[in-house]
Design a binder for this molecule. Structure first.
Ligand SMILES: Cc1cc2nc3c(=O)[nH]c(=O)nc-3n(C[C@H](O)[C@H](O)[C@H](O)COP(=O)(O)OP(=O)(O)OC[C@H]3O[C@@H](n4cnc5c(N)ncnc54)[C@H](O)[C@@H]3O)c2cc1C
Length: 310
């Protein structure tokens, strides 16, 4: 089988891709190569856990130019003789996946939550029908671009890797970066949080978010929400939304307050290890997936929890 090439700009996701690649390689015997682009630190991190890293140093490459980065990856695929490309299914990774697939004329699957290999065929699981079901999909043909959801695989460990240089040609970019702004200091990635405290439309007012935030802080977690809380009420930014059009989260603990449990929401939280649902409606759909259910008013429960934890 042709080689498996992995690439993610994020170290944690690149380590997860390495685990996914090892699963495939274990069944197919394919060789794994890791690409890093303008990131020597990542090269060392991956090599330290046993990856054979090909490092691209291209100071002229505009990293914000998805097509240009995809072109670099495509050149890596060609030079290294790779067939399967594993990318991360975060926002940037998904953008890259389509472009890389186009460049190397491959099939492409994104949002992959699990992989199994049957007779050399890489079968990928991903949500389908608005999250109501999980579909198993595979690509026929040797050229495949697979974008894997964060946390679908554990970070790889190991030793005995190597680092080599890869020479590529950077095509002139039509994009000029005029200014770079760092994200707000309170910006967090809820996908990576171990504890999530989420509020839904059961929350009475924006002011009541303070008590939810205080609880999240006490538990060392982050605050998140259902979609309407962000998009309709605009009480929280959209990067806090859990679900189909938000983030796929896999925390150890999820406390869900005033959330009904529509499938478009639950698809983003069903992989949490422990789910606690607090809802005034004893028949709320969310109760069907919760490990612990409290039929109560969140405006009474949260202050009481804050009092006990404070
Ligand atoms: C294409 C598409 C994509 C979507 N993507 C997403 C997505 O990514 N994420 C998402 O969340 N939604 C998404 N939605 C919307 C989704 O279908 C639901 O409308 C949404 O999840 C409902 O949010 P909610 O549970 O907060 O509100 P509601 O459904 O209104 O539920 C509020 C709940 O709060 C309870 N409650 C009321 N008062 C209290 C109280 N005082 N204490 C405790 N409980 C109380 C109620 O009993 C109720 O169960 C999407 C919809 C579509 C069509």
């Amino acid at each position: 089988m042709a080689k498996i090439l992995i690439y993610s700009a994020k170290d944690t996701l690149a380590l997860e891709l390495l685990s996914a690649a090892r699963l495939i390689a274990g069944e197919t015997g394919a060789e794994i190569v890791a690409l890093t682009i303008n990131d020597d630190d990542q090269g060392r991190i991956l090599a330290n856990v046993g990856a054979h890293v090909y490092r691209v140093n291209a100071p002229d490459l505009v990293m914000a130019d998805v097509a240009a980065v995809a072109d670099v990856i495509a050149q890596g695929v060609q030079q290294l003789g790779a067939g399967v490309v594993l990318l991360s299914s975060d926002r940037r990774g998904k953008e890259l996946a389509g472009s890389v697939a186009q460049f190397i004329e491959a099939g492409c699957i994104t949002d992959i939550s699990a992989i199994q290999v049957n007779n050399g065929r890489i079968e990928c699981q991903r949500n389908a029908l608005g999250g109501a079901t999980v579909a198993t999909q595979y690509i026929e043909g040797d050229k495949q671009v697979l974008a894997i959801a964060p946390k679908a695989f554990p970070a790889a460990s190991g030793e005995g890797g190597s680092i080599s240089e890869l020479q590529i040609t950077v095509k002139p970019s039509g994009i000029k970066v005029r200014e770079t702004k760092t994200k707000d200091s309170d910006s967090v990635n809820i996908e990576e949080a171990a504890v999530i405290v989420a509020a839904g439309q059961g929350l009475r007012s924006k002011e009541d978010l303070a008590m939810v935030e205080a609880l999240a802080r006490s538990l060392g977690g982050v605050i998140a929400c259902s979609k309407p809380v962000a998009t309709d009420k605009k009480w929280l930014p959209e990067d806090r939304v859990i679900g189909l059009s938000g983030k796929q989260c896999k925390p150890d603990l999820a406390l869900l307050f005033g959330i009904s449990g529509q499938v478009q929401f639950t698809v983003g939280i069903r992989d949490a290890k422990t789910i606690v649902a607090v809802n005034t409606d004893e028949n709320a759909t969310i109760n069907q997936m919760a490990d612990y259910i409290l039929t109560a008013d969140m405006h009474e429960v949260i202050p009481e929890l804050n009092r006990l934890l404070g």
